[in-house]
Design a binder for this molecule. Sequence first.
Ligand SMILES: C[S@@+](CC[C@H](N)C(=O)[O-])C[C@H]1O[C@@H](n2cnc3c(N)ncnc32)[C@H](O)[C@@H]1O
Length: 275
Amino acid sequence: MSEAERLISGPTLRRLLSLVKKHTGIYMEERKRELLLGRIRPRMKELCLPSAEAYIDYLENHKDEIQKFVNSVTTNETIFFRTPAIWDFFGGDFLKSWFQKNAGETLRIWSAAASTGEESASIGIMCEEFKRLNPRFHYRIYASDIDTDVLEGARRGVYKERSMEDLRKRSPDIFNRYFKGRDSADLQLHPSVMANIEFFQHNLHSRGTRTAFFDVVFLRNVLIYFNEPDQELVLKNMHASLKPQGVLIIGEAESLARLNTSFEYTKPLIYKRAV
Ligand SMILES: C[S@@+](CC[C@H](N)C(=O)[O-])C[C@H]1O[C@@H](n2cnc3c(N)ncnc32)[C@H](O)[C@@H]1O
């Protein structure tokens, strides 16, 4: 019997999985026992709780533990300019054609599972690059996540070195233009980009308050954590938040092909709000 099996029995595991689902919408299979134990263990230790059952009881009786539980079970892996093809599309065809049709307006972009902020910063850098050539271009980025710890990091505009490595190697000019700091562990995103990003907490399973508001939604590498009915629910919420003809960008391992949604396929990972 593994340590995880000893510490989390079948019924306890099922209770935990249903709490993960209830508070985050994330669907985890029973084989994720090991991972789940690794996620909640630091909280069990901090609270000096002897077992996973004791932690569940604590969670169910302390409302303020819920956010800490949510923060510990989410997976926040991200890097700058993840999946180059979508950045070629966004920084190229998309911005050009949007600006031609909407000069004088403000492009509104939602990074809807923003994690530690690399995605919203990448969007901001692309927009600033476009603005250098088109000074009358205006944009605003809205970056949200369910996890308050990652949002706190994202608000500081400071990132893990590992998430910037590729950008630093491939585009040193861009890197030097947008990151400043005393040493490599202290690099901060340029204030011109930060000033255009607004951070807020949001659970994708609830309907956003901004209806038909966004021109583009980045919903990347998060649908994979939800089951199909919930993916459809989240996509319905995104549909409501996007303007008609608004663009949805998803992650490399994701597809809407099998789902019942009101999005039209444009090209790999890119969809358009239909009607
Ligand atoms: C793997 S990261 C993806 C980050 C970024 N979009 C990217 O592609 O690099 C997934 C993020 O989704 C967030 N998340 C998970 N469930 C969520 C929910 N129900 N509502 C909002 N965000 C959620 C997690 O906290 C995590 O930061």
